[in-house]
Design a protein around this ligand. Structure first.
Ligand SMILES: O=c1ccn([C@@H]2O[C@H](COP(=O)(O)O)[C@@H](O)[C@H]2O)c(=O)[nH]1
Length: 259
């Protein structure tokens, strides 16, 4: 469904077996900077300096702090996942991608629910990016359970709906997916070369909050996720750096066991 090169998947970096496990874990952890202002986000960034190298900027922060916060995080040498979950008509989504691509972000989300025309326009726009940009198709939000899906007329299970949306997105040239860790194994089996990013990560005993489909960091990696997105278990912890280190330690052990 696309006539240009799709944007590159990030699997090569994420699955490197030459790195020490602690280093590999750091390359797979993305901290969600869900804060209302740039100073609040940068205060957390300061505390995680040296521990974490990937940060996700979502709607809350981006709508307040704009491209400036993205540029600041990039200027500190970190990678940025811009989680805008674009969902609009094809022309608008393509234009939005062309607007943010020059920033130098590494990953950007679109909603797979936008359908083939929108996903193809997104893929084409990413292919013309001046920097390598991996598009991720958001499948079924990790906050949704069967009841939430049924309420909007979707009678499929979350797992089936994730597979359906990922299949459409992949056919349109989108190289990565966002899904819960509970669907990571089925997507990994079906799409071995695609990038899988999983939010809904909760260390044992952590508050679930509004997330419905969750797993621990080790189980998410074992299921085949390339990247884990973690927000509140780190950002709301009394000691965010210690919380991040504990998650990284669990990830390192999980990666070692998988070898
Ligand atoms: O399906 C999705 C897609 C995106 N997210 C985002 O990930 C983080 C998760 O934060 P937690 O505090 O660890 O729950 C957040 O920024 C979401 O916007 C998601 O959770 N689920």
């Amino acid at each position: 469904m696309h006539d240009q090169e799709p944007s590159a998947p990030l699997r090569t970096v994420a699955t490197s077996h030459t790195l020490p496990k602690s280093r590999e874990a750091r390359k797979k952890l993305i901290v969600a900077l869900d804060f209302p202002t740039a100073p609040a986000a940068l205060a957390l960034l300061d505390r995680l300096e040296g521990s974490c190298e990937w940060f996700k900027v979502g709607l809350e922060l981006y709508l307040n702090a704009g491209n400036g916060i993205v540029e600041t995080i990039l200027s500190r040498g970190h990678s940025v996942f811009l989680d805008l979950k674009l969902h609009d008509i094809p022309n608008t989504v393509g234009g939005a991608i062309r607007s943010v691509a020059p920033l130098g972000i590494t990953m950007l989300t679109v909603h797979a629910f936008g359908g083939p025309a929108m996903l193809t326009a997104a893929s084409d726009a990413a292919a013309s990016s001046p920097n390598p940009l991996t598009l991720l198709a958001v499948t079924v939000l990790t906050s949704m359970d069967n009841f939430q899906l049924e309420s909007i007329g979707i009678t499929e299970t979350p797992a089936n709906q994730v597979l359906r949306l990922a299949t459409v997105a992949q056919a349109c040239g989108i190289p990565g997916f966002v899904c819960s860790p509970q669907e990571a194994a089925q997507l990994r089996a079906r799409f071995p070369q695609n990038t899988i990013v999983s939010p809904g990560i909760r260390p044992s005993g952590a508050a679930k909050g509004d997330q419905a489909r969750i797993a621990t960091p080790a189980n998410a990696l074992a299921a085949g996720a390339d990247y884990l997105v973690v927000g509140r278990p780190i950002t709301q912890a009394a000691d965010p750096a210690a919380a991040a280190r504990a998650i990284l330690d669990e990830m390192s052990v999980g990666l070692a066991e998988a070898d």
